[in-house]
Write a protein that binds this ligand. Structure first.
Ligand code: C2E
Ligand code: MG
Ligand code: MG
Length: 633
């Protein structure tokens, strides 16, 4: 099982990354400068080898020699043009030589300037007298200059070599620096890439981790369930939902809610050590993935363990909090079933499990899809049911066990659906609660019950079931009071039946509404007493007028001595607390006797009457000659 550790990217890493990036940038800059320098040195080497002064000097020496020879040969007048040509060539060469920087560097400038003045004189002679003897004389004067020019050839040669060598050395140095920088850049780049990869890994983990619990989140769950690594294996998915988590969050605060979720995540990991993944899918919803051999058996066992581990109360801020979870389970195995369908099936099973009562789990069956569709249809049609007059009330007598006479009636709602027939309240009340339609339906019930009570004698009360959701409506008490007034009945004749869930879910608001109702004169009875797990604590928190022992105790009373003991205890307790007590679901005479023996005053059940239509209820009262009896039950 993989449980992800909470990950935070440390600040230090960020600083290292910024530092490395800056160093890499600076090195890259230096590398660019070095490359520019290297190119410059290279250009210098090329330049030195291409514009070689050595050639100019050696050519100059040859051309001077030719001029000297032409002069010394005592030329005939017709050969003057050749001297002119030689002179012209060398004169031009001299201009080129004069611009060569080596002359100055090597101290040969005076020699060349001397040569220049001689050449100028030769030029003047050539232009003036054209005296052959003078020309020959001047040719002889050139003799010592030729070796100097030849020396310049080797000086220039050596000088060019020096320039090339020097630039080569600098190029070598720059290249070495450049190589080092490139190596450093590669190293830093490698470190940076490693860091980026590592951080990406951490980011990826953070994206797939639930920050509160450290478990995988929905994204990770989806990617694991669809990963090729587990394709082809058998899977089971458990979807877990915390019961009444919103109420807990509202009453104890979000911090307490967070603590509960964290604690729950640890419990889930303990309960499913062989699961492949435990994930928080969001809010109060968790999921566990089982894969591999026996996934169905192992996941079912995990559900059992989760239920038993949830019986241990949570210790939050020094308070013991009881909480439960409802689960849906689905196993792979269907043809072409995708992981999405598997999850959806578990979700449907969870939904159905919730409608059957919380704190349990159900494994998905294909017929659940039909049940879900039926619920969705009922929910859609509920909106129109009042307007289409599809609701009606039945009234089940509540009788005095000693005399069998009717003391009041419990109003029981029925829905005559145009296509699906008669729908029992156990099916549609939870849908109405879920969709928020219970408010309007509840008002209709109180109205219809009060209208009917007004037709009965004064002594007969009517009990109305009010669901937990209705008690959250702050206008409920006022609505009921005005309904009572408008039908001209006394408030004592209306009894409000609530179940323990009303107090579990909406503790404070519910208790406030109940107090107001009671102050207005209505009576409050606790329905289905004994089916919740904390009944006695609720008895201390609210001053009820009546307890209704759940029919499961009455049903078991004949076979089960524990149920008889509970009935005796509850009756004794009610007597001590000054509460009236009604036993529900009495179907046999033996049960009636047993309850009477336990000092239970009132009863309700098929033994006395099934729920009756309004007309039948009036006939029953007529046959009992009930008129103006004191209101006692
Ligand atoms: P509940 O308040 O405990 O109502 C008693 C249920 O027990 C009724 O079922 C009644 O028909 C049934 N019952 C009475 N005597 C016997 C008996 O001897 N044997 C057996 N097996 N059952 C008996 P029903 O009418 O189906 O109502 C079921 C539940 O639906 C009620 O339980 C109540 O919680 C809820 N409910 C009914 N009407 C309303 C309503 O108007 N508003 C709300 N919020 N809930 C309602
Ligand atoms: Mg009831
Ligand atoms: Mg009941």
């Amino acid at each position: 099982m993989s449980v992800r550790a909470q990950s935070h990217l440390p600040l230090r890493h960020r600083h290292v990354r910024i530092g490395l990036t800056m160093i890499t940038g600076a090195l890259a800059l230096v590398a660019v400068v070095c490359s520019a320098l290297a190119m410059r040195y290279q250009e210098r080497i090329v330049e030195a080898s291409r514009y070689n002064g050595t050639f100019d000097f050696s050519q100059g020496a040859v051309e001077l020699l030719r001029l000297q020879l032409a002069l010394e040969r005592r030329p005939q007048p017709n050969q003057i043009s050749e001297i002119n040509l030689r002179y012209g060539i060398f004169n031009n060469r001299l201009k080129v030589l004069k611009s060569n920087p080596i002359l100055k560097e090597a101290g040969y400038l005076p020699m060349v300037e001397n040569l220049e003045s001689q050449i100028r004189e030769i030029g003047e002679t050539l232009a003036g007298s054209r005296d052959i003897a003078v020309l020959a004389q001047q040719g002889q004067r050139l003799t010592p200059i030729v070796p100097s020019l030849m020396r310049l050839v080797s000086v220039s040669h050596a000088r060019t070599g020096d320039v090339i060598l020097q630039n080569q050395q600098e190029l070598k140095l720059i290249s070495a620096i450049l190589y080092s920088i490139i190596l450093a850049l590669v190293a830093f780049g490698a470190i940076l890439i490693t860091l980026v990869f590592r951080q990406n890994g951490k980011l990826d983990e953070a994206v797939r981790t639930d920050a509160l619990t450290g478990l995988s989140n929905r994204l990770d769950f989806k990617s694991v369930i669809t990963s090729p690594a587990i394709r082809g294996q058998a899977h089971s998915v458990i979807v877990i939902d915390v019961d009444h988590f919103k109420a807990l969050n509202d009453t104890l605060g979000h911090d307490a809610g967070d603590l509960l979720l964290s604690d729950l995540s640890r419990r889930l990991q303990r309960a499913a050590p062989d699961g492949r993944l435990v994930a928080r899918m969001g809010g109060d919803e968790f999921a566990i993935l089982y894969s591999g051999p026996d996934a169905d058996r192992r996941s079912t066992a995990a559900c059992e363990r989760i239920l038993s581990i949830m019986r241990i109360p949570f210790l939050i801020d020094g308070r013991e909090i009881h909480s439960s979870v409802t689960m849906g389970l689905s196993h792979s195995g269907g043809e072409g079933e995708t992981s999405d369908e598997l999850y959806k099936n578990a979700d449907i099973a969870l939904y159905i499990s919730k409608t059957e009562g919380r704190g349990r789990f159900r494994a998905f069956r294909p017929d659940m899809k039909h049940a879900l569709m039926r619920r969705q249809k009922l929910q859609a049609d509920l909106g129109e049911a009042i307007a289409r007059d599809e609701f009606f009330l039945l009234f089940q007598p509540i009788v005095d066990l000693a005399t069998g006479r009717t003391r009041g009636f419990e109003a029981l709602l029925r829905w005559q659906h145009p296509e699906l027939g008669l729908i029992p309240p156990l099916e549609f009340i939870s849908i109405a609660e879920e969709s928020g339609q219970i408010g309007a339906i509840g008002r209709w019930v109180v109205e219809a019950a009060c209208r009917q009570a007004a037709r009965w004698p004064e002594s007969i009360f009517v009990a109305v079931n009010v669901s937990a959701k209705q008690l959250t409506d702050p206008r409920l008490a006022e609505d009921i009071s005005s309904c009572i007034r408008s039908h001209g009945i006394t408030a004592q004749r209306l009894e409000i039946e609530i179940t323990e869930t009303a107090l579990i879910e909406n503790d404070e608001t519910a208790v406030r509404t109940l107090h107001t109702l009671r102050e207005n004169g209505c009576r409050i009875s606790l329905d289905d007493f004994g089916t919740g797990y904390a009944s006695l604590s609720y008895l201390c928190r609210f001053p009820f007028d009546k307890l209704k022992i759940d029919r499961s105790f009455v049903r078991n009373a004949m076979q089960n001595t524990e149920s008889i003991t509970v009935i005796h205890m509850v009756c004794a307790l009610a007597e001590k607390l000054g509460l009236n007590i009604v036993a529900e679901g009495i179907e046999m005479e033996d049960q009636r006797r047993l309850l009477q023996a336990a000092s239970c005053q009132y009863g309700q059940g098929y033994l006395f009457a099934r729920p009756l239509s309004a007309n039948d209820s009036e006939q029953r009262l007529g046959s009992e000659h009930v008129f103006a009896l004191p209101l006692s039950a």
